[in-house]
Design a protein around this ligand. Structure first.
Ligand code: BT5
Length: 264
């Protein structure tokens, strides 16, 4: 396999973007790239700043769950946006566009076509390939000051010997039967994000494209939310990213945050 070095200089030499990833911070090992980028955002880092690490010792999922990845196995990265044009209610569109950009990069570089699962997963064969953690900062007036989209993508991880993840996680190398270099994947992803973000800034929501790729829609799901657990058929998503579920009694419930399990 070609060199898998992700140092700032190597990344800079591989980029075809104008502003996404042009400011880059790389750590061989760090707590969480989201936490580091939050600190940089508050210190004035420019839009498009990339924080990336070979290893995270306190990698986070949503609700303080853990994100686990052996050193150098994955893409563990966070991107900074300053979407002052976007109402905070639509911040999920950033998660959507980054999910689509990961999926496109995986297709371009590895020839695979991952599924998207509401609200923040990429999957292959029903197992989790990547997860996204979007965190927001607000101005005093309640507008978005920054948004950090953190992505963990399993590239060359062998989960067979990980009891807690073997059943639920998958990597590109497992799916392909060979190692995949991370740098071309990263470069393709950043390029795709730049195009998609500029389209968002021009007023085009990614939600229809995202919805069309969601494996969740049309399925019977169990949705666990902060307000309770709902079962029914996932009928659609709106431009805020909310999922509508038709319950057995015919009532529709709109779910903004939570997890879904597919039942068929
Ligand atoms: C997510 O949370 O899926 C968001 C993960 C975001 C990770 C990135 S890495 C770079 C950046 N810096 C951070 O600190 N975080 C972001 P959630 O939907 O809550 O899923 C978390 C669950 O996924 C865990 O409870 C495990 O069950 C499972 N999990 C943990 N590590 C995994 C892995 N490598 N592959 C697949 N599943 C995993």
């Amino acid at each position: 396999m070609p060199s898998d070095d992700l140092s700032a200089a190597t990344i800079a030499s591989a980029l075809s973007t104008r502003w996404v990833g042009r400011a880059v911070h790389f750590w061989p090992s760090v707590g969480s790239t989201n936490d580091e980028l939050k600190r940089l955002a508050e210190a004035g880092a420019p839009e498009g700043t990339l924080a990336i690490a070979d290893e995270q010792v306190t990698g986070r999922g949503r609700l303080e769950r853990k994100w686990l990845a052996p050193p150098c196995s994955s893409l563990l990265m966070s991107l900074l946006f300053r979407p002052t044009f976007l109402d905070a209610a639509y911040a999920q569109q950033l998660t959507m566009l980054c999910s689509l950009a990961v999926a496109d990069a995986v297709t371009r570089v590895a020839g695979l076509s991952p599924d998207l699962k509401w609200p923040n997963d990429l999957q292959m064969g029903g197992k989790k390939l990547a997860g996204i953690l979007t965190e927001l900062g607000f101005t005093e007036a309640g507008r978005l000051a920054w948004a950090i989209v953190g992505i963990g993508l399993n590239v060359n991880t062998d989960f067979a010997s990980w009891p807690q993840l073997a059943e639920i996680a998958v990597s590109l190398s497992t799916a392909l039967g060979r190692a995949v270099p991370r740098l071309p994947l990263l470069a393709a992803f950043l390029d795709n994000v730049e195009t998609r973000y500029e389209s968002l800034r021009a007023g085009h929501s990614p939600h229809n494209e995202w919805a069309a790729r969601l494996v969740t829609l049309g399925k019977t799901v169990t949705a666990s939310t902060p307000d309770g657990v709902y079962g029914g058929v996932a009928e659609g998503v709106d431009d805020c990213g909310a999922l509508t579920v038709r319950q057995q009694d015919g009532r529709l419930v709109r779910i903004l945050t939570g997890d879904t399990t597919l039942r068929d």
